[in-house]
Write a protein that binds this ligand. Structure first.
Ligand code: SF4
Length: 75
């Protein structure tokens, strides 16, 4: 088993992560699913209720709010 080097430890300490694993509109409480209107440049699958515009699962902004997960009835 390889030991983590000083750079890997520094990255882990700082919480460095891949952009695809960072919180984005796909996990935001302000994002709602939407149907694209059909225009050739209408690519957004989510609607931001704060900004009133289309967003993608990988976009994000300073108003990001964690979406609460529904409670499960099973323990
Ligand atoms: S643009 Fe900001 S506020 Fe709107 S859904 Fe995305 S992260 Fe949330």
């Amino acid at each position: 088993m390889r030991r983590a080097g000083p750079i890997a430890r520094a990255q882990a300490t700082q919480g460095l992560r891949l952009a695809r694993n960072a919180p984005g509109c796909g996990q935001c409480a302000h994002a709602e699913p939407r149907q694209p209107a059909g225009a050739y440049n209408d690519l957004w699958r989510l609607h931001c209720s704060v900004g009133g515009f289309g967003v993608g699962a990988a976009t994000t902004c300073n108003r990001f709010t964690v979406k609460e997960k529904p409670c499960s009835s099973k323990p």
